[in-house]
Write a protein that binds this ligand. Structure first.
Ligand code: UT7
Length: 330
């Protein structure tokens, strides 16, 4: 009997309309377009307005995925959401997205792995298909980073943006879909990138809010140092484990945190730039949403049988890579 794999059969992305450009940031903090562009590759990001929360963006993704696949949201079995900016502590965005999108027969939940949220969620979602337990699983990466960014911290606020993207997973017996993955974490990195307040370790108080401890804290240099090596290493490792040469890889879909980290990863894999999905200049770092937003923008270029490597590194530290064989032509 052929092994059942979890193939991506539809996908969609959603970004808010409001643009926050480098010129806008120049008016908010002591920075400039030249510094941001050369240090990160980012030109602008999207920011929510009118109280849009993670579940609002996620619901748009579910609706778009179902419409493109020609199915009703009522056919979805599970919604797995990678996010660190869920609407509430509880209920989860996954729970809310099921209701808002009309996926009323699905159960949903969130999973927190910061910038690795989408690949952690995709790995998890694939298990439901491979086990034979579920037939239609939606995996979403969504983050509303503007709600936890300190817009007085120039070293951090310039990289983040808001967005959502997701994919539909269905069973496949032709060897397409999620073929392999390597997921890692190392919590000794937690002090370099963390939202300190709001959880059980440091509940919210007036004092810690006044000290801005409820915003993201990022010590950029050590994070950068670890990201550059670990994202590149894990991408090379998945190629090696699956006997993939740089010619065999059609696309690298890297987390979009910093163009210099992306370049280090693609160089290590021996890939030319035309095989690397990069949209950081338009959306910045949308945390769990960067990888599905790339897939969404590149969907028409993807061909059945393409070997695709996803790679991410983020807070935790968390990092990993996935090898996917693309299952459809659009
Ligand atoms: O999403 C996953 C996790 N996150 C990441 O992967 C992010 C990893 N880190 C980075 O991408 C980079 O560390 C940053 C983009 C966040 C910062 O870039 P950097 O090259 O590491 O800058 P730095 O923090 O080392 O600062 C270099 C200089 C400093 O000035 P001095 O001390 O050399 O005079 C900063 O004060 O640049 C200054 N600086 C700025 N200047 C203008 C820091 N932020 C800014 C700014 N505009 N926005």
């Amino acid at each position: 009997m052929k092994k059942v794999t979890a193939a991506i059969t539809s996908l969609h992305g959603y970004v808010p309309e409001k643009v926050l450009s480098n010129a806008d940031l120049e008016k908010m903090v002591d920075t400039n377009d030249e510094w941001i562009t050369t240090r990160t590759g980012i030109k602008e990001r999207r920011i929510v307005s009118d109280g849009q929360a993670a579940s609002d963006l996620g619901a748009e993704v579910v609706k778009g995925i179902c419409q493109k696949r020609g199915i009703s949201p009522e056919e979805i079995d599970v919604v797995v959401v990678g996010t660190i900016t869920s609407d509430y502590k509880f209920p989860s965005a996954g729970n809310l997205i099921c209701e808002k999108s009309g996926a009323i027969n699905a159960w949903g939940f969130d999973l927190a792995a910061a910038c690795s949220g989408f690949i952690y969620a995709l790995t998890t979602g694939a298990q439901f298909i491979e086990s034979g337990r579920h037939q239609k699983v939606i995996v979403i990466g969504v983050d509303i980073m503007s709600t936890i960014v300190d817009y007085t911290d120039r070293a951090t606020c310039i990289i983040f943006g808001d967005g959502a993207g997701g994919v539909l997973l269905e069973p496949n017996s032709d060897g397409e879909g999620v073929i392999d993955y390597i997921m890692k974490n190392d919590a000794t990195g937690k002090d370099h990138l963390i939202q300190k307040v709001g959880g059980s370790a440091e509940p919210i108080t007036i004092d810690n809010i006044q000290e801005n401890r409820h915003f993201i804290f990022q010590d950029g240099r050590p994070v950068f140092k670890h990201a550059v090596t670990k994202m590149a290493d894990v991408s090379a490792e998945i190629m090696e484990n699956n006997d993939l040469s740089s010619e065999d890889v059609a696309w690298l879909v890297p987390h979009q945190a910093n163009l210099r980290i992306i370049d280090a990863t693609s160089n290590r894999m021996g890939l030319t730039n035309d095989k690397v999905m990069i949209n950081i200049e338009k959306y910045g770092n949308t945390t769990a949403a960067t990888i599905p937003l790339c897939l969404w923008e590149w969907e028409e270029k993807l061909k059945k049988g393409d070997n695709i490597v996803l790679a991410a590194f983020g807070g935790g530290f968390t990092w990993g890579s996935m090898y996917i064989k693309w299952a459809y032509n659009s």
